[in-house]
Design a protein around this ligand. Structure first.
Ligand SMILES: [Fe+2]
Length: 241
């Protein structure tokens, strides 16, 4: 029996969003209309992001200064840190993490983002780092602003940071979004609400962490990613970013 559109899900139904969630309008076009076809993998998918790893520098994890402009990004400085863990809570070291986000005014430096929020010449909105031996990552950035999108009338996305994790091969990539606990827009967001349970949504919330906060410098937020198991972080279709 072919799988119908409404039945197609990724991973664990209790954690992952369905392909099709009608309140998230783009999913109507993106959801597969036919059964999925398994494509045999070739060397180009099975080998890893080697060149990206060798080009990595410590400055890549500082989004406040990595725009190549010599200046510092405007906005509230924040430190975002946490761990990448497996189902048993063991750390996943040497994982390439990439992040991208809007600037403090909620604007991406991208040609398709044309709403009248100001661009910041000192903010590129992209960073990356490797997890250390204990699976830890750390970014210095600015708190992203909310931004409007045309999903429905007066639609605004809550502040969020996109995360991508690379496994040992290009094909083992996971993508998700981190939100800020307490954001008033969280309950209005169809992308977040596509997740099937409150527990799954909670796993995408960074928590304010005073021990991470640095005096007179930056506020600290902590967020762990769990790759699988009962506490798995919900990940999404790469085409949704
Ligand atoms: Fe976004």
């Amino acid at each position: 029996m072919p799988i119908t559109r409404g039945e197609i899900v990724r991973g664990d139904r209790s954690v992952f969003p369905p392909y099709l969630y009608s309140a998230y309008r783009s999913s109507l076009r993106r959801a597969p209309g036919l059964p999925l076809v398994e494509v045999p993998l070739t060397l180009s998918e099975l080998t890893g992001p080697g060149p990206a790893l060798s080009a990595l520098t410590a400055e890549d994890a500082d989004l406040t200064r990595n725009a190549g402009s010599g200046g510092e990004a405007l906005g509230q400085r924040i430190i975002v840190t946490g761990r990448v863990l497996d189902a048993k809570g063991s750390p996943i070291p040497h994982t390439l993490i990439e992040v991208w986000q809007a600037n403090a005014a909620g604007r991406y430096r991208h040609k398709t983002d044309q709403w009248p929020g100001p661009l910041d010449p000192n903010f590129l909105g992209f960073g990356r780092c490797l997890t250390d031996d204990l699976g830890r990552y750390r970014f210095l950035t600015i708190r992203p602003g909310a931004y409007p999108w045309k999903n429905h009338p007066n639609a605004w996305r809550p502040a969020h940071i996109h995360f991508s994790l690379f496994g040992p091969g290009w094909n083992s990539r996971l993508i998700t979004q981190m939100y800020f606990e307490g954001d008033v827009l969280l309950g209005l967001d169809p992308i977040l609400n596509a997740l099937p349970t409150a527990q799954a949504r909670q796993r995408l919330m960074a928590a304010y962490a005073h021990e991470v906060t640095e005096p007179e410098w930056a506020l600290g937020w902590r967020w762990d990613m769990v790759l699988n198991g009962e506490r798995a972080t919900p990940f999404e279709d790469p085409r949704e970013v």
